[in-house]
Design a protein around this ligand. Structure first.
Ligand SMILES: Nc1ncnc2c1ncn2[C@@H]1O[C@H](COP(=O)(O)OP(=O)(O)OP(=O)(O)O)[C@@H](O)[C@H]1O
Length: 440
């Protein structure tokens, strides 16, 4: 045991030849320090600086080198090995083709790259997004990273859809974590409230409309962002045959002109066939990296919990001091998506009802709310009236942030909320997510 601890506190040297990759996995409860001593190396496209110590926690990552390097590592990795075969050359070529589109539009006009990455679970879609973003930033670009996968919350709390302008390399230690305090990279966040897009397709579709409209406005105003283009990371279920309509509608809404299919031959062939007469859309096939790690549902749940914890408490590099506030039931206004609508067969004969996934209902505070996440909208309580229009405004609103319900005292009619930063809870509507978090 003591020997293990002593072993872990020593630096261990590794040497990589050109095009090799050192893959390693670190548990959420431990960390390793990595230091480049010679040559050049990158983690998912973000370059390591010589002599700087990076502390990596709870990640499954790879150090890749184009020219060879030597680095040292201190701490215990659950898995560590060197791989000779990687798809990095094809990823770089894809980046170069996208960069050519950017150069072309600057010189001659035309369409900016609007890249959508699709594929089944655990093929490295998010990783490829990070690599393409980092390579774009290295070229002085500021791409918009659009995350329409609500399950992970890559840049904020899960159950949201986001768009973030990325103007510097992704932080090697913290990845894309965006804390409320780091406003320079504050994402545009829309509230979905569910972890799977397929759970509420109508609502999901509506949010995609809002997100794509807002992105279009941003690009119309900001030519630097427009030339840099979009990198869209998608949920796994979008690649299911049963969601084909949704798939094509995402392409339309975001005016996607490059579809990258990772690790799925049949999907590539289906998309290619479908768009064979459309010269505007290029379909590219890339192989899955052998380093991509499969994550089961319990591991994914741990990641989701960490993302929520990070939102309130920060990361080890940037700790936050959240505070608790007690508010009266009469001072908070919570809405949620209407659930459990009776099937049409249960309605009186002759009466029809469309299933409404976008209708909001009031939530009366009760003990059921304990451990829930509430999204704070920017909609003043007095501004709205209770009708469809109000629901539309609320669903499409940009979010101010999130709070966590830690206690509900029904007798005293008081609710305790954990907030990431100090200040009064404004008199705005809140939206209840289908997401519980138990602080550990
Ligand atoms: N070359 C690599 N070496 C080591 N780990 C890797 C490598 N590439 C990806 N990973 C890790 O594998 C895991 C899965 O990758 P990623 O999240 O990119 O897949 P995904 O297709 O986006 O997953 P999903 O869409 O199912 O959530 C991540 O933890 C990622 O950091």
């Amino acid at each position: 045991m003591e020997e293990d601890i002593e072993e872990e506190s020593k630096w261990k040297e590794w040497e990589l030849k050109k095009f090799q990759e050192f893959r390693f996995e670190i548990d959420f409860t431990s960390s390793v320090i990595i230091k480049l001593t010679k040559g050049t190396a990158e983690i998912f496209g973000a370059e390591l600086a010589i002599g700087i110590e990076y502390e990596i926690r709870g990640q499954k990552v790879a150090v890749f080198t184009w020219h060879g390097c030597t680095f040292e590592i201190k701490g215990k990795c659950d898995v560590e090995y060197i791989a000779d075969e990687t798809p990095m050359m094809s990823y770089l070529n894809t980046h170069m083709a996208i960069e050519q589109m950017r150069c072309k539009i600057e010189k001659e006009g035309g369409n900016e790259p609007r890249v959508m990455i699709v594929g089944p679970p655990d093929v490295g879609k998010t990783t490829l997004s990070k690599i393409l973003i980092n390579y774009a930033v290295k070229h002085g670009r500021t791409p918009l990273f659009v995350d329409i996968n609500p399950s992970e919350g890559t840049v904020t709390i899960p159950s949201t859809l986001t768009a973030t302008v990325i103007d510097k390399p992704i932080d090697i230690e913290e990845q894309l974590s965006v804390l409320p305090a780091k406003s320079s990279m504050a994402p545009l966040t829309y509230f979905f409230g569910y972890l799977q897009s397929a759970n509420k397709l109508k609502l999901y579709n509506k949010l995609l409309d809002k997100l794509s409209e807002t992105i279009q406005k941003k690009m119309d105003k900001d030519s630097v962002v427009r030339y840099s283009g979009l990198i869209i990371s998608t949920p796994n279920d979008l690649s299911n045959n049963s969601n084909w309509d949704m798939f094509t509608s995402v392409i339309e809404k975001f005016r996607v002109n490059v579809v990258i299919v990772v690790g799925h031959e049949r999907l590539y062939s289906d998309i290619n066939k479908f768009y064979q007469d459309n010269n505007e859309i290029a379909v590219v096939k890339l192989t899955k990296s052998g380093g991509v790690v499969n994550r089961d549902s319990s591991y994914r749940r741990i990641i989701q919990n960490y993302k929520i914890k990070e939102y309130f408490y920060g990361t080890h590099k940037c700790e936050l001091a959240p505070y608790s506030v007690i508010v009266s039931f009469s001072d908070i206004y919570i809405r949620t998506i209407e659930q459990g609508i009776a099937p049409s067969s249960a309605l009186p004969i002759g009466m029809e009802r469309k299933v409404q996934e976008t209708r909001l209902v009031n939530v009366e505070p009760s003990e059921d709310l304990v451990n829930s996440i509430l999204a704070l909208t920017n909609v003043d309580v007095k501004e709205t009236e209770n009708d469809d229009e109000e629901d539309d405004i609320l669903i499409g609103t940009k979010l101010l942030g999130f709070v966590h319900v830690t206690n509900v005292d029904v007798e005293k009619k008081k609710i305790t909320l954990l907030c990431p930063c100090h200040g009064r809870i404004p008199k705005k509507y809140m939206l209840l997510a289908d997401l519980k978090w138990i602080e550990t």
